[in-house]
Write a protein that binds this ligand. Structure first.
Ligand code: ADP
Ligand code: MG
Length: 246
């Protein structure tokens, strides 16, 4: 689904990604682990098309299309979802209105009709309950007054409602207590499946105890330095990243 080849990217005039290659197929859940400053969030931002992140070399193909040629909203409509490490607060824009607007904008770009109010509300209620988010909170401004854990639950809520094909989740586990972690992990597990791909960016093994990855990669210094199966995550947890130090 997602094929990243020899990706180089600058932030300002510093090269952060230095020849990163990675391929995620349908039904796969890939974890990317690595020390602070390795370039994990930079990769997520480049995939989302965030301003200020300049690709200087390489390619990214998503479902057969050149992802880098698409504007951020077109990437979302094509089925790419990004969960942020630091979800932004948008005061004055209700969470539910925001989601419904985003969903309908994506449907429009795909040539689909708008979701009905009843259908939307039904999905909202189901997912809010599953994720332990209360309806009053969801009517407030996007992420406004949410705790760190609630913001991450809200990311999982967005994932459930937008129904993308592929989710890139950046440190979705950070700031979560164990109960919230289990809830968010259950959200990711509900999403994963034969038609979906997941890229889980995480600093710690603990999320991977709840969302079993099919592949694990180590990102250090802007490139993948080692890849393996789930056992690699356990080894990293025990050994740290020292053996990969540049
Ligand atoms: P990680 O998510 O793996 O901890 P990041 O991708 O956030 O790492 O950062 C990689 C490197 O890029 C770091 O050295 C960081 O300081 C730098 N960097 C990231 N974003 C910016 C930015 N907006 N401006 C300047 N430097 C940045
Ligand atoms: Mg990061």
């Amino acid at each position: 689904m997602l094929d990243i080849r020899n990706l180089h990217a600058n932030v300002g005039d510093r090269e952060i990604l230095k020849g990163l290659s990675l391929s995620v197929g349908a039904g796969e859940v890939h974890a990317i682990m690595g020390p602070n400053g390795a370039g994990k969030s930079t990769l997520a931002h480049v995939l989302a098309g965030r301003e200020g992140y300049e690709v200087t070399q390489g390619s990214v193909t998503f479902l057969g299309a050149d992802l880098l040629a698409l504007a951020p909203h077109e990437r979302a409509a094509a089925g790419l979802f990004l969960g942020f490490q630091y979800p932004v607060e948008i005061p004055g824009v209700s969470n539910l209105l925001f989601l419904r607007t985003a969903l309908n904008a994506q449907r429009k770009l795909r040539g689909e009709g708008e979701i009905s109010g009843a259908e939307f509300l039904k999905a909202v209620k189901e997912e809010a309950q599953a994720l332990g988010l209360d309806m009053e909170m969801l009517k407030r401004g996007v992420n406004v007054g949410f705790s760190g854990g609630e913001k991450k639950r809200n990311e999982a809520f967005q994932l459930a409602l937008l129904k993308p094909k592929f989710a890139v989740l950046d440190e979705t586990d950070s700031g979560l207590d164990i109960d919230a972690l289990k809830v968010v992990a259950a959200g990711v597990n509900r999403f994963r499946g034969p038609d979906h791909g997941v890229l889980l960016i995480t600093h710690y093994q603990r999320l991977l105890d709840h969302v079993a990855p099919t592949h694990v990669h180590v990102l250090v210094g802007g490139r993948i330095v080692e890849s393996g199966g789930p056992e690699l995550a356990h080894r990293l947890e025990a050994e740290g990243y020292e053996r990969h130090a540049a």
